[in-house]
Design a protein around this ligand. Structure first.
Ligand SMILES: Nc1ncnc2c1ncn2[C@@H]1O[C@H](COP(=O)(O)OP(=O)(O)O)[C@@H](O)[C@H]1O
Ligand SMILES: [Mg+2]
Length: 269
């Protein structure tokens, strides 16, 4: 059995207000799903819930990752089991370069997965502090940056320098490439992304996609789907998935907007 993400009858509230109201969704490794929906329908609420954000309270339902209860895992266990959630990193860390940040983040996950020989520590470093050897990490990082078309200089930037929306997306994709997750959740919150950034994300996902990776791409706008064709498209409305289909559903949404979905499912609200 693969490391599938299974969401069953998920009910989530924020500050006592019910937002997700019985959401069902399965993302298997190798599949690309787009979750679309009007603003306020609960898309980011799902992302935050999967991330384990304390503000998002699960009232009912379950989320399984590879058959295990995801909701009972802490953030590092989620990553270790193969879930990738964008923006798990602190946006500002004074004096830390992107490369160093990625080195410790990727090392942590590999340690937990047993992919990093901790006994090779030396220098009195405790097993929790063992990092991927610098030279190996540099090689891997540069290789992936090259494959994703990211300039080398980028890795030397400091995290507290402030990255633009597009640059954050680039970091996200780079982190995704380095962590080799089984299931990746990407919330395309930033509607202000320029076309270049959009392309970076789409091309990145395309390059990384394959039988080992399942993707849940959360997006309000259809435009990113011009660059990447999902296998499945779902429409979230008032906390429930009311429509599911193939890529043609996204095309319909582009042409007709969300109004027809609202009319068709008026009883949901
Ligand atoms: N942290 C929060 N505090 C209060 N309300 C929230 C919070 N997050 C989401 N909500 C509310 O939940 C609803 C769904 O929001 P969200 O999940 O961001 O939708 P989407 O991402 O689809 O635009 C909105 O009514 C929003 O106001
Ligand atoms: Mg959102």
């Amino acid at each position: 059995m693969g490391t599938d993400l299974v969401i069953r009858d998920l009910h989530v509230s924020v500050e006592g207000k019910p937002i997700l109201r019985g959401l069902n969704l399965e993302v298997k490794q190798g599949e690309i799903h787009a979750l679309m929906g009007p603003n306020g329908s609960g898309k980011s609420t799902l992302a935050y819930t999967l991330m384990g954000h304390p503000k998002y309270h699960v009232d009912r339902g379950e989320v399984l990752l590879g058959g295990e209860n995801l909701l009972a895992m802490d953030a590092s266990a989620r990553a270790q089991k193969g879930l990738f959630l964008a923006f798990q990193y602190p946006v500002t860390v004074p004096g830390v370069t992107l490369a160093n940040f990625l080195r410790s983040a990727v090392s942590a996950v590999r340690r937990a997965r047993g992919q990093l020989a901790v006994e090779a520590a030396g220098d009195g470093a405790s097993p929790q502090e063992v990092l991927i050897p610098m030279r190996q990490f540099r090689r891997e990082l540069l290789e992936r940056m090259r494959a994703l078309g990211i300039e080398e200089e980028f890795a030397r930037r400091y995290l507290n320098e402030g990255f633009s929306g597009g640059e954050k997306k680039r970091i996200e994709i780079l982190q995704l490439a380095m962590l080799e997750p089984k299931i990746a959740i990407l919330d395309e919150t930033d509607s202000g992304l320029d076309i270049d950034a959009l392309r970076t994300v789409a091309e990145g996902i395309k390059r990384l996609a394959g039988p080992e990776l399942g993707v849940l791409l959360i997006t309000h706008y259809q435009r990113i789907l011009n660059y990447i064709t999902p296998h499945y498209v779902h429409v979230l409305l008032d906390g429930q998935i009311v429509e599911s289909g193939g890529p043609e559903l996204a095309t319909t949404l582009e042409a007709k907007g969300y109004d027809w979905v609202r009319e068709k499912h008026a009883s949901v609200a």
